[in-house]
Design a protein around this ligand. Structure first.
Ligand code: ADP
Length: 197
């Protein structure tokens, strides 16, 4: 598993990770893997994993690391990840970083870059308020949104320091038109010599 581009998107809920993941996945020809989407799919289909994850998700809490790490191992071992992948919403905790590090080391692979999407909390709260009206996601209720932002600050934001210390982070302003933000990301990646095939 040593060829291809391995990207990671990190940023608060509502920063636009899912939207940019779709753009980058098609530009780089790699699968976009969203742990949130996989969990939602399992909740919808009432799988065993979905039943375990649902209460955490509805409360805006992280699903326990053991469940999440098992899920991502399964997903990354799928042959479609052999040529690279884009992770959206994983890792979210220090334990998940350790798990991903071990997985990559065991597969002779490394991350190419971590894209940090930066967005002001007031902007993301407003975006998620609109998404709640539009999509009706059960965790987009305002009080749950605020809790998700707190969980992000406490558990996930510190990961940016870990990746920054490795020289892996590019910080991108996530405010603007979708195509504009994608353009910023592509330009920052190109500066690092990471270009779409
Ligand atoms: P957002 O980034 O907007 O919070 P996601 O779709 O990434 O949305 O996540 C939705 C929910 O799914 C999270 O609040 C959490 O309950 C669960 N989840 C997603 N990814 C993870 C993860 N890596 N670890 C633990 N829980 C996760």
């Amino acid at each position: 598993m040593s060829s291809g581009t391995r990207l990671l998107l990190i940023g608060p809920p509502g920063a636009g990770k899912g939207t940019q993941a779709v753009e980058l996945s098609s530009a780089f020809g790699v699968p976009a893997i969203s742990t949130g989407d996989i969990f939602r799919h399992n909740v919808k289909n009432e799988t065993e994993l979905g039943l375990k994850a649902k209460a955490f998700m509805d409360a805006g809490d992280n699903v326990p690391d053991s469940l999440t790490n098992d899920l991502i191992t399964d997903r990354l071992e799928n042959p479609d990840c052999a040529g690279g992948f884009l992770l959206d919403g994983y890792p979210r905790t220090p334990d998940q970083v350790r798990h991903l590090d071990d997985f990559l080391a065991n597969h002779n692979a490394a991350l190419d870059v971590v894209v940090q999407l930066v967005a002001d909390p007031d902007v993301v709260v407003e975006r998620l308020r609109l998404r709640a009206i539009d999509q009706g996601r059960s965790d987009d209720d305002e009080s749950v949104v605020r809790h998700r932002l707190d969980v992000y600050q406490e558990q996930t934001a510190p990961l940016i320091d870990i990746f920054t210390a490795r020289g892996a982070v590019v910080a991108i302003d996530g405010i603007g038109e979708i195509t504009e933000v994608t353009g910023r990301i592509m330009a920052a990646l190109a500066e690092r010599g990471i270009t779409a095939a």
